[in-house]
Design a protein around this ligand. Structure first.
Ligand code: COA
Ligand code: ZN
Length: 303
């Protein structure tokens, strides 16, 4: 039996939050459904944040209400208790809070210090226990901050350890601007796996300078089996200069499958979802694997 690797498609959130064209609720639901049909079991469906801060995520409550929670793990990004209350009232069972490797990034993103954002996350973790809600903690700028420079790995270790001890379902190590290299990924992830085990750790890479897949491979070798990715390589944080697209789900799925892992993903249907993302946004660059994969899959050939 091939070993399983889990992909969480963050396209409907990280992918769409920064698009010049804001998709309608119906279009966003269509994209989520295409991802689910392709076999994605984890999808970040939106964000319960201030609509003034991120207008593209307005309407996430309507999306959450329309989905059948349970047919897949549909998570949503939240920055504070208000987001928690809105998300859970709309039926969301998994929320993602962000903690920060630097004060500067926390300030730009949510107007808090890193310690305040961590305190908010620990507060949500406590609350979630009695509500039966799962909390994912993402450590933003875990490698490099566009404002403060390289992040001290000790900060990331401390954040990961405290979030896991407080009951986080998963801690996601995020290279928010795509500045990490594979040697740094190996060093950080091997250390984190040694201290915490691999089960509850995940990685979130951006492909800003074509190191996305190399970084996935480095994390994989360190034992990581959970990755965020975004359909069509959509993505980028509006508050982090230099952040371009996430690693494309089709690139990650192709690489993982071709080296022998099971992702549970149907590549044909995933390419259809990527085409849809491109059609809806008009800007999706498409995963680099797409032109290569299409003809192979048409002929029913293995990758
Ligand atoms: N959902 C919806 N609205 C929210 C909210 C939430 N989770 N939290 C706060 N608000 C509203 C407030 O009610 C207020 O509305 P008003 O101006 O109509 O009164 C407004 O947002 C500002 O709230 P305030 O508490 O003064 O906070 P702020 O202006 O310092 O903004 C955040 C703080 C966290 C709400 C805002 O920075 C944010 O939403 N950031 C998210 C950033 C993000 O998603 N980044 C990309 C992903 S990493
Ligand atoms: Zn991201």
């Amino acid at each position: 039996m091939p070993e399983r690797v889990y992909l969480n498609d963050v396209g409907p959130r990280d992918g769409l939050q920064n698009q010049p064209k804001h998709l309608s609720v119906e279009e966003r639901l269509e994209l989520i459904e295409a991802l689910r049909a392709a076999g994605l079991e984890q999808i970040e469906i939106g964000a319960f944040v201030s609509p003034k801060a991120v207008p593209a995520m307005a309407g996430s409550d309507q999306i959450a209400h329309a989905l059948k929670h349970g047919e897949a793990s549909y998570s949503a990004l939240i920055p504070n208790r208000r987001g928690y209350d809105l998300a859970t009232a709309a039926g969301v069972k998994t929320v993602a809070m962000v903690v920060y490797g630097s004060d500067a990034m926390a300030e730009k993103n949510v107007g808090m210090s890193s310690a305040e954002a961590e305190a908010a996350t620990l507060d949500m973790l406590l609350q979630s226990k009695s509500d039966g809600i799962e909390v994912i903690a993402t450590i933003a700028v875990a490698f490099v901050c566009p404002f403060a420079g390289p992040t001290d790995p000790a900060i990331v270790h401390g954040l990961a350890q405290r979030c896991l001890a407080a009951g986080a379902a998963r801690v996601v190590i995020a290279d928010t601007i795509g500045a990490a290299n594979p040697a740094q990924v190996t060093a950080l992830m091997e250390g984190l796996v040694e201290d915490n085990g691999a089960d509850k750790l995940a990685c979130h890479f951006h492909d800003t300078r074509a190191l996305g897949m190399a970084n996935v491979y480095a994390a994989l070798q360190a034992g990581i089996r959970h990755f965020d990715a975004s359909i069509g390589g959509l993505g980028g944080c509006p508050f982090a200069p230099g952040a371009s697209g996430n690693i494309a789900t089709e690139d990650a799925a192709m690489m993982l499958q071709s080296i022998g892992y099971d992702t549970g993903i149907d590549l044909n249907k995933l390419l259809a979802a990527s085409d849809l993302a491109e059609r809806l946004t008009g800007t999706a660059p498409g995963g680099r694997s797409k032109p290569w994969l299409g003809p192979y899959l048409d002929k029913g050939q293995v990758i």
